[in-house]
Write a protein that binds this ligand. Sequence first.
Ligand code: ATP
Ligand code: MG
Length: 585
Amino acid sequence: MSQAIETVDEDGVIERVSGPVVTATDLDARMNDVVYVGNEGLMGEVIEIEGNLTTIQVYEETSGVGPGEPVENTGEPLSVDLGPGMLNAIYDGVQRPLDVLEEKMGTAFLDRGVDAPGIDFEKVWEFEPTVDEGDSVGPGDVIGEVPETASITHKVMVPPNYEGGEVTSIEAGEFTVDEPVAELDSGEEVTMHQEWPVREARPANEKETPTIPLVSGQRILDGLFPIAKGGTAAIPGPFGSGKTVTQHQLAKWADADIVVYVGCGERGNEMTEVIEDFPELEDPKTGKPLMSRTCLIANTSNMPVAARESCIYTGITIAEYFRDMGYDVALMADSTSRWAEAMREISSRLEEMPGEEGYPAYLAASLSEFYERAGLFQNINGTQGSVSVIGAVSPPGGDFSEPVTQNTLRIVKTFWALDADLAERRHFPSINWTESYSLYRQQLDPWFRENVEEDWPEVRQWAVDVLDEEGELQEIVQLVGKDALPEDQQLTLEVARYLREAWLQQNAFHDVDTYCDPKKTYRMLRAIKTFNDEAFEALEAGVPVEEIADVDAVPRLNRMGTAEEWNEFIDELESDLEEQIRSLY
Ligand SMILES: Nc1ncnc2c1ncn2[C@@H]1O[C@H](COP(=O)(O)OP(=O)(O)OP(=O)(O)O)[C@@H](O)[C@H]1O
Ligand SMILES: [Mg+2]
């Protein structure tokens, strides 16, 4: 060991290895510097400095690394490479492309000490200027465009930390990402490549109040608990309740320009599904491959725990970069609980004072820093862009009182509570409509009124009231049975049943039902309300409930979701309901 110290004069020396945490002596480093650890040069980040002792979290498996081996400091914080080439990519938690790693090493996920840039430095891109020589440009300004994928035009921007100035030369042509595409009179050269430290939010002028929904095509979300573009949402749920399916549905169908999907610490097969599934999916908006507007970040449960801690930051930084171009970005993280567990593991290796249930005392702060980076922003270049963040939470035993769920709840404005009972009854998506909420409802109502139907909020309120009433009636039914209820309450139960079965339930795996246009969501609800209104009139005229419920057309309500020509289907259904129920009296 002493010999090793002599041979590595400027480098630090490993003193102790404890899983992903390594301590080194004599390393000249600052907090968050990236270092290369051991003879293999494993990538790590400085997370604590105490006198001559530096603590490092290592993003790769550390078995076999031992005391005496060198630690080399890069002097740079953990950063991502930003530029064309991130869409269609699959990265690990520190933005190493998994396909490049696989090519270099023959296997994915496993090998160590391999460095690979996040974007391809050899690839040539077609650059088209959007400013002229002589124009003045400031930090963040767009100076040109690159057709990155079939669906997305990449905007080349002056880096936020540049001074800016007058453009002295700019030309269309083919460039690699680190060749200058423009020169400024400040002496600065702009390339298509930016680096940004992942733990620092990219600057923006202002956060604004979001008023446009991120339309998900999922009835219960758009209909009852909408999230805004630039909003935050959490999906907590017990094992097997539908967290991943919901996240996938959002990644596929939400009307975001760009999707960043962070698979964080979940089982390898869930991520394999994404990796195999997504490239084959078509973007419903453009008919082009979905991956051409998607960036995947994978840190599965068999990958190193420290890279799980960082994958969230890598994802949100990439999301912010596209936001800066004026895009609406949606980031899904599945699951933030695994991320919190990674923090817990690292914290315990550091022998920090544990907080609730062993999580570090800074759990709440880390969660809120992450969700804070969501929002609708006035960018520094004057464009408007948004980052919506949707985090899955996996509370052990499905108990929402645990610290990750509780701390997340204090931050996010949309809460989609998954429910084990509903999942067991195969009611999907098993989102509990009494526990869930959206604090965006009111600010999004004007959009729904204008873009879907004027009375959207009123019709929604009608549905909420019926479901509430059903909840209360169910308690009585449990005690005395349904037949003991007065007829009008029995009818309410019948209407509520259709709300649940025909409207709230939605099959993610049915070709048609998987996506529901908000207009269809509204029409379906209206149809159930038509049934309700006709039925109550019949009841008043003396028709018994059983007769009303027996009307031929009624069960057709359950086929609205899967109906392809839904406009015609619902028109016909509504007029049949009217006619058949009216004929009873
Ligand atoms: N919207 C849906 N439509 C149809 N089936 C669904 C839907 N949501 C969930 N399911 C069913 O529930 C199963 C479990 O869902 P999912 O894998 O998303 O659960 P999870 O909460 O992510 O579980 P885990 O805790 O194991 O990660 C799915 O395989 C599917 O069969
Ligand atoms: Mg899952």
